[in-house]
Ligand binder design. Structure first.
Ligand SMILES: Cc1cc2nc3c(=O)[nH]c(=O)nc-3n(C[C@H](O)[C@H](O)[C@H](O)COP(=O)(O)O)c2cc1C
Length: 454
């Protein structure tokens, strides 16, 4: 991110891309665009093309909104940050929205979509009818782009009907009615937060900038493989000039019977020939997390999640209010699995959920370095299968070193933008409400006249 044009501009560019058939997502998208504009962003409010038949036509619709320009893949290229806004269809992204995401593949293949900051919004008829699943599936694409992913800020007083959700915004679809004021206010707040986080690094805060970036690598030191990856990851962070703390989580099960779901023989092999004889890093404290600008977690994968000791530690960080040690910080994870496909993806994705609850910005490796492809092409984080040997391959070591570097650089950038962002509450509408974007006529880089440039 540090080399991206946003560094040289005062205004971040935010694209709010939505699909809507009944008007809910259109209104939420307009609210997010308004919030981003109020944070000083240049905004494009765009709809995806929808040529598919509506299975419920004629359905109850809201009064028509002005037609917004149709999103093109180049809008993703243009943007520093994106709000991706799709209705929930069968617990997933709608087909027209997915078609838009897939249309970015040509730019992705050229490595041109990395390091955007992405957040998501959805609406669904049922409270628990797939809203979270839709937001999380939206982010799969963002991880593959190599984008950073931002959830919504969890609040102490979250109630049903506010749309707040640690993973983004998830509003109710109410037939024939627009989203409620709390939902719209939180959509504005999400757009606002995205724009602030995506924004230009603040050249002030000399006390912060005088020191190197700080990175903490926390791992469940279950065996040689995890420890080797953790050390290499720490070395990658140090490559950037960062100060690094290598820490381990306490493991109550060490020495006893496997109490945390270890799979056959895994715990024995994780200990490896190096055993516990090597100097062990200190046990992590909350201060190690509060101290850091970026945090990278590593652990063996067990039954599709990261191991219990690491999860227990991370879950203890997900408190709300001030003092959340991961809030607004860059974070990522790596893992060791018994076999390929025994959690290499699912354990990392599940761990991202915890990071969202902690308010962290998830910074996956994506395909931002050839090392990621060489190590198996896992965009969510490095995963080494123990069946390939106790010692991670040279490719895995290169990939995790890149992950350490990348997360450190993201932490460096975020520490310049995030500290002055206080907790957000719903942003009330402006009166008169900000107008929706007017049509674009001549291609993807033509502006939405009423929003862009405000
Ligand atoms: C094909 C289809 C699948 C849907 N699947 C779900 C679902 O899984 N869960 C749910 O609660 N609502 C579901 N809905 C309702 C939509 O979420 C609702 O129509 C949408 O949020 C309205 O957004 P819009 O007003 O922006 O078009 C579905 C609707 C359609 C057309």
């Amino acid at each position: 991110m540090s080399g991206r044009p946003a560094d040289r501009r005062t205004r971040p560019r935010i694209a709010v891309v939505y699909h809507s058939r009944r008007g809910t997502m259109c209104r939420l998208a307009a609210a997010a665009a308004e919030g981003a504009g109020r944070a000083g962003a240049t905004v494009r409010l765009l709809r995806v093309a929808d040529t598919m038949e509506d299975p419920f036509r004629p359905g109850p619709t809201l009064p028509a909104e002005p037609s917004h320009p149709v999103a093109a893949p180049e809008d993703v290229l243009w943007a520093d940050g994106l709000v991706l806004a799709t209705p929930t269809y069968f617990g997933n992204v709608s087909a027209p929205f997915k078609a838009f995401l897939d249309s970015t593949a040509r730019l992705w293949a050229k490595g041109m979509l990395t390091d955007r900051v992405v957040t998501g919004m959805t609406s669904a008829e049922c409270s628990y009818g797939g809203r979270e699943a839709t937001l999380l599936s939206l982010y799969q694409t963002a991880y593959h782009w190599g984008s950073w992913v931002l959830g919504a800020e969890p609040a102490d007083d979250d109630r049903p009907g506010t749309g707040r959700n640690p993973y983004g915004l998830s509003a109710a679809y109410r037939r024939g009615s627009p989203p409620g004021p709390a939902e719209l206010g939180n959509a504005r707040a999400l757009g606002h937060r995205l724009a602030r986080i995506t924004g230009r690094p603040t050249p002030v805060l000399p006390s912060v900038m005088a020191r190197p970036t700080r990175v903490t690598v926390v791992h469940h030191a279950a065996g040689t493989a995890v420890r080797t990856l953790a050390q290499e990851c720490a070395a990658g962070a140090r490559d950037t000039g960062a100060q690094v703390r290598l820490r381990r989580v306490p493991d109550p099960s060490a020495g006893g019977p496997p109490a945390d779901g270890a799979q056959n023989g895994q715990r024995h092999r994780e200990r490896g020939t190096a055993g516990w004889g090597a100097p062990r890093p200190p046990v992590v404290t909350t201060e190690d997390l509060a101290w850091a600008d970026a945090v990278i977690f590593g652990a063996p994968s067990r039954l599709g999640t990261l191991s219990a000791p690491l999860l227990a530690h991370a879950q203890s960080l997900a408190r709300t209010g001030a003092g959340r040690p991961l809030w607004g910080k860059a974070a990522s994870a790596f893992t060791v699995t018994p076999h390929p496909h025994a959690g290499s993806e699912s354990a990392l994705l599940a761990f991202h959920h915890v990071l969202f609850h902690c308010g962290a910005v998830v910074v996956p490796p994506g395909y931002t370095d050839p090392a990621s492809f060489a190590a198996g092409g896992n965009p969510y984080g490095v995963a080494h299968p123990l069946s390939a040997g106790e010692r991670p391959s040279p490719e895995a070591l290169l990939a995790v070193r890149h992950q350490g570097r990348r997360t450190a650089l993201a932490g460096d950038r975020l520490r310049r933008t995030v500290p002055d962002i206080g907790p957000t509450s719903p942003l009330p509408a402006r009166t008169p409400a900000a107008p929706a974007g007017a049509g674009r006529t001549s291609g993807p880089h033509t502006t939405t006249t009423s929003l862009e440039g405000r």
